[in-house]
Design a binder for this molecule. Structure first.
Ligand code: PEP
Length: 252
């Protein structure tokens, strides 16, 4: 059975002192969960987050990286650099990176390959715009994005990739895909993976939903057959709210 993986994406929010405080508050609230907990923080918070999360079940990730190892790329951070401070995860291809920083499927594919080169686990984001959904092309868009981002990876690498299905119209808007819409899109991605890499890989790969997840809608989404947890933006900025999402299946 696949594990539920709940990851927070802080985007460009939180200072080091807030990071330390947040993790200290979150730790006791989630220490008994069976779900995997990941917090993807800004570069400037990584070191503090890693230190504060030591000996807890909270894993730390970055939100982006360059595909080159080093060189004349002012302002960029490489996979080698993230690995050197023991970061475990990295979000790649978030729609905000695609939209504001012109990241293409080809660039994202290079980044995913570079992440594996440095033993980082990628959280690969895919998702359709509102226009694409209304034009009935959701499945085509998200399966193409997935295929292109994973091109050239081995079956083992595909199995280790976390895919986050994030409809762009649902990110930060308060509009959530219905649980059926989210599950159908995720099933389409899983079917494409089965077609390209075999049923075993498809049955094991973690595919999350992302887009306006809150403590009030997490349970119905995460209980769907193909939704393996979530990538949470806004609601991951408050420790008690994020903890409720992580603990969506806690009894009592
Ligand atoms: C995200 O940034 O990946 C996201 C899903 O944001 P939000 O939860 O705020 O919609």
């Amino acid at each position: 059975m696949r594990k539920k993986v709940i990851a927070g994406n802080w985007k460009m929010n939180m200072l080091p002192n807030e990071t330390i405080h947040f993790i200290e508050e979150l730790t006791p609230l989630v220490k008994d969960t069976q779900n995997e907990v990941i917090l993807c923080v800004p570069y400037t918070d990584l070191f503090y987050a890693l230190l504060t999360a030591q000996n807890t079940n909270i894993k730390i990730g970055a939100q982006n990286m360059h595909f080159e190892e080093e060189g004349a790329y002012t302002g960029e951070i490489s996979g080698k650099m993230l690995k050197s401070i023991q970061v475990e995860y990295v979000i790649l291809g978030h729609s905000e990176r695609r939209q504001y920083f012109q990241e293409t499927d080809e660039i994202i594919n290079k980044k995913v390959k570079a992440a594996f080169q440095y033993e980082l686990k990628p959280i690969l984001c895919v998702g359709e715009t509102l226009e694409e959904r209304e034009a009935g092309t959701t499945e085509e868009v998200i399966t193409k994005q997935t295929e292109r981002a994973l091109e050239g990876l081995s079956k083992e690498q595909v199995e280790k990739t976390i895919i986050a299905y994030e409809p762009i119209w649902a990110i930060g808007t308060g509009k959530t895909a219905t649980k059926e819409e989210a599950n159908n899109s995720i099933q389409a991605i899983r079917n494409k993976i089965a077609q390209n890499y075999g049923q075993t890989v498809a049955d094991r790969v973690i595919i999350q939903y992302g887009g306006s997840i809150k403590s009030t809608n997490a349970k119905e989404l995460f209980e769907m057959s193909d939704i393996d947890g979530g990538l949470v933006g806004g609601a991951s900025l408050k420790a008690d709210e994020f903890a409720k999402i992580i603990q969506y299946n806690k009894e009592g």
